[in-house]
Design a protein around this ligand. Structure first.
Ligand SMILES: C[S@@+](CC[C@H](N)C(=O)[O-])C[C@H]1O[C@@H](n2cnc3c(N)ncnc32)[C@H](O)[C@@H]1O
Length: 331
């Protein structure tokens, strides 16, 4: 029998129906429970999106097994940059791990964290933090659920390994081609003397680890049972690909959501879409910041939930969600 079911932003003709209908029913029941889970403050941003003011590790620890279907997140890369001591300095506009890149064209630059200054202890703490996150996510995800984890070339070895150690399969890396102002500078205080030297390569890409919770049996069985295990194709002719060119977040988005690590809607919508192979399920962002992942998911017709620990960013995200969602992000 042929029928039509709603899968994300698109309505699709499908062959066999009963397992799809069962998946959608289960997703809807799970969603009602999940969005009310925990005692923390929350905001239902729409029928399909909820933000929770909570520490991700704590919230995950109390989450029942098999509660979510995919994770798309941009974590604090080095942890220390979002610790109170450095964040107070960022908000005060001076010092700490955050720096303002040199301006060569008179334009005002966004602060960027300096990960080259991390100590051995900070790197160990980073590994432990990502280990705790990965264990929590591995329990909360359904079998075959994917994680897209943003990182940075200086730290990705450590954070990706923590995910593999926690039991995730590494399924590749997504490369976002983006020109940032990280690296490329001449030696500090001796710029003229060593005008031909860069201290490190100017970064032109951002790695995103792609991980999957292992499953038993065939991919087809897992897709029918859980709706997960693969990635959603761009179209019948085009698979999801592991390189996306996307320029830095546009000024209009930064005005809507002035978060120091705001990711662009154009990029997030492509990644979030791929994370649910059938468009059925719940996407979780542990480090929701300005709720940009949730806005992307909602725009695609997906269900999504996010946790954010910082009350100021949580409030900013609640305000920004609808406008980020409404953006035309094709350009
Ligand atoms: C890199 S930013 C994410 C920004 C987001 N991608 C956006 O576009 O707005 C990381 C966020 O994680 C939050 N955070 C840090 N540690 C956290 C934790 N343990 N639980 C929840 N949120 C946390 C920070 O306050 C920050 O807003």
């Amino acid at each position: 029998m042929k029928t039509r079911v709603t899968a994300g932003d698109e309505t699709k003709h499908v062959g066999s129906t009963s397992w799809r209908a069962a998946l959608v029913d289960r997703q809807n029941e799970q969603w009602l429970r999940l969005r009310e889970h925990g005692e923390q403050r929350r905001q239902h941003l729409s029928e399909r999106a909820t933000g929770v003011l909570a520490d991700a590790i704590q919230w995950l620890a109390e989450l029942p097994e098999h509660s979510i279907h995919a994770v798309v997140t941009d974590p604090p890369y080095g942890i220390v940059e979002y610790e109170t001591k450095n964040h107070v300095k960022l908000r005060a506009g001076r010092g700490g791990v955050w720096r303002i890149p040199p301006s060569f064209d008179g334009a005002k630059r966004q602060p960027l964290p300096r990960f080259t200054v991390l100590s051995q202890e900070e790197i160990s703490a980073l590994y432990n933090f990502f280990g705790a996150l990965a264990y929590g996510l591995n329990r909360a995800l359904v079998p075959g659920g994917h994680v897209f984890l943003a990182s940075n070339p200086l730290l990705s070895t450590m954070t990706f390994h923590a995910f593999q150690r926690a039991g995730f399969e590494k399924r590749g890396e997504l490369i976002r081609l983006v020109q940032t102002l990280r690296g490329g500078d001449r030696p500090k205080g001796a710029e003229r003397e060593f005008s031909e030297v860069s201290m490190m390569a100017r970064s032109c890409w951002e790695p995103w680890g792609i991980f999957r919770k292992p499953f038993k049996g065939t991919a087809a069985d897992n897709l029918r049972t859980w709706g997960t295990g693969g990635l959603r194709r761009i179209s019948d002719d085009e698979p999801f690909k592991d390189v996306i060119t996307c320029s830095p977040t546009r000024g209009v988005e930064r005005q809507i959501a002035p978060h120091p690590s705001l990711k662009p809607q154009r990029f997030l919508r492509q990644v979030v879409r791929a994370a649910l192979p059938l468009g059925i399920g719940i996407v979780y962002d542990p480090f929701a910041g300005s709720h940009s992942t949730l806005a992307a998911a909602d725009r695609l017709g997906y269900l999504s939930i996010g946790t954010e620990r910082d009350a100021k960013y949580f409030a900013l995200g609640c305000k920004a969600f609808a406008r980020l969602r409404a953006l035309d992000a094709r350009s």
